[in-house]
Design a protein around this ligand. Structure first.
Ligand SMILES: Cc1cc2nc3c(=O)[nH]c(=O)nc-3n(C[C@H](O)[C@H](O)[C@H](O)COP(=O)(O)OP(=O)(O)OC[C@H]3O[C@@H](n4cnc5c(N)ncnc54)[C@H](O)[C@@H]3O)c2cc1C
Length: 411
């Protein structure tokens, strides 16, 4: 058996932490997770998340202890109701008819707390990775800024990009990914729940194509996501931070907003200056570098549209499956120079088609929130057996450990 192999994970986010938890237990691995944030700092994550049933299934099959920890600090996502802003229901799905597992609703900061606590011995905070490059010996060098100045790791045998949508690692090793824009702005906000239960599980309300979304997250907060059509590829404008602009977009002119929607509109208008707005965009998927030294996971591999709540959800699937691949095959490849590329190709073949499917369905499901659409007709079309079958596939088609092992035998 040779000496320990250096594995560096960039980013202690959703994918990075889960994969780190799997790799840390392997023999002959020297692991470090570089994270730019300071310990306990979640300032960029002050919102909520709905995590889809497919991530819960992935955790149940591959990371059951982590799932148990997350279920303790979250609420179940069981229903998905869509209404006109006046409260007329257009759709009310019970997710149990579409999936084996319920999803969860959770604070982003809580999710990070749970994930980072499990790998606390390996995280190096305040370490911003600024450059990654191949060496003459075929290994990698990772340069990062820390409170003690510029530092580097040489001789990195496996580098994992868990550094999100604007991944430095992917950019340096595989180039800037192609991005596509979809002509929708999304604003997110979390506020105290002063409604006494009027909003609980996942709901959406439409005023034309302008859509409100809200759900309760533990403890006692309401997460709000509001979308408004914008020009494709255009910039976020100052209008979006004006209370009167938001009221005009979401308040109907010919009918009255229902109490829940009216409350959300008041919250948006009252906090207009602190809403975090972003554009709907995704990026071309890619799971590894050409030389077989770097693995890309989560948003670094495939940023996707937020329509179906699949960003963190797919990041969890990625990390769970990649962890199982490493657990199943690490001992047999760790001393072979050609072993690592085989593992990375295996992860790609397990994930690429599935991620393309999730991305395409997320685009398809965004049809009701674009300019000049009939949102009610578009929502009602989603009751079709075809769309529901796609949703069931999204929520359920997660491979077991036995399937992963079988795929890896073919690599
Ligand atoms: C406001 C908001 C709401 C969302 N809601 C949902 C939702 O409801 N459901 C859902 O499934 N998805 C949602 N998403 C998307 C989801 O958050 C992401 O898809 C998910 O977090 C991606 O996980 P990741 O592990 O790839 O990256 P992240 O969780 O973003 O983690 C990346 C980590 O890398 C660190 N990092 C970045 N660059 C560097 C560097 N150079 N050096 C060191 N560290 C670095 C960051 O600090 C961070 O800790 C939402 C996103 C936003 C912004």
């Amino acid at each position: 058996m040779g000496s320990a192999r250096t594995v560096v994970i960039v980013g202690a986010g959703v994918a990075g932490c889960i994969f780190a938890g799997a790799v840390a237990k392997l023999s002959g691995v020297q692991l470090v997770v570089l994270e730019e944030a300071t310990a306990g700092d979640h300032s960029t994550s002050g919102t909520g998340l709905n995590i889809g049933p497919n991530a819960i299934k992935a955790l149940r099959l591959h990371e059951p202890e982590l799932l148990a920890d997350l279920l303790r600090v979250s609420a179940p996502w069981r229903r998905w109701r869509i209404s006109d802003v006046d409260g007329t229901a257009w759709q009310d799905w019970d997710l149990r008819t579409l999936a084996e597992d319920a999803g969860i609703r959770i604070r982003w900061a809580t999710l990070y707390d749970v994930l980072r606590e499990r790998i606390r011995n390996w995280i190096q905070y305040e370490s911003l990775v600024t450059r990654v490059q191949y060496n003459a010996d075929g290994l990698l060098t990772v340069e990062y800024h820390s409170p003690n100045g510029i530092k580097r790791f040489d001789g990195v045998e496996l580098l994992v990009a868990g550094d999100g949508r604007y991944s430095r690692v992917r950019r340096d090793l595989s180039g800037i990914p192609e991005c596509a824009y979809y002509g929708v702005a999304i604003g997110r906000l979390m506020v105290p729940d002063t409604l006494g239960g009027l909003i609980s599980d996942y709901e959406q309300w439409f005023n034309g194509p302008n859509r409100l979304l809200a759900f309760q997250v533990p403890a006692d907060s309401i997460y709000i996501a509001a979308t408004i059509p914008m020009s494709v590829g255009g910039e976020i404008t100052n209008d979006l931070y004006r209370p009167d602009f938001l009221r005009a977009r979401y308040n109907p002119v010919d009918r009255t907003a229902c109490p829940a929607a009216a409350w959300i509109i008041d919250q948006l208008a009252g906090s207009a200056s602190r809403i975090h707005w972003a554009r709907f965009q995704d990026s071309s998927p890619c799971f590894r570098d050409e030389r077989g030294r770097a693995l890309y996971l989560g948003d670094a591999a495939h940023a996707m549209l937020p329509t179906l709540g699949q960003g963190a959800t797919q990041a969890i699937e990625d990390a769970c499956l990649a962890g199982t691949v490493f657990r199943a095959r690490w001992d047999s490849i760790r001393d072979s120079p050609s072993g690592l590329p085989v593992l990375l190709r295996g992860i790609e073949s397990l994930r690429l088609d599935r991620v393309r499917f999730a991305m395409a369905l997320s685009i398809n499901a965004a049809d009701t929130i674009r300019a000049l659409v009939d949102s009610e007709a578009g929502t009602r079309e989603k009751q079709s057996p075809e769309f529901l079958a796609e949703l069931s596939r999204l929520y359920g088609d997660v491979p077991s450990e036995a399937h992963v092992v079988a795929v890896m035998k073919e690599e």
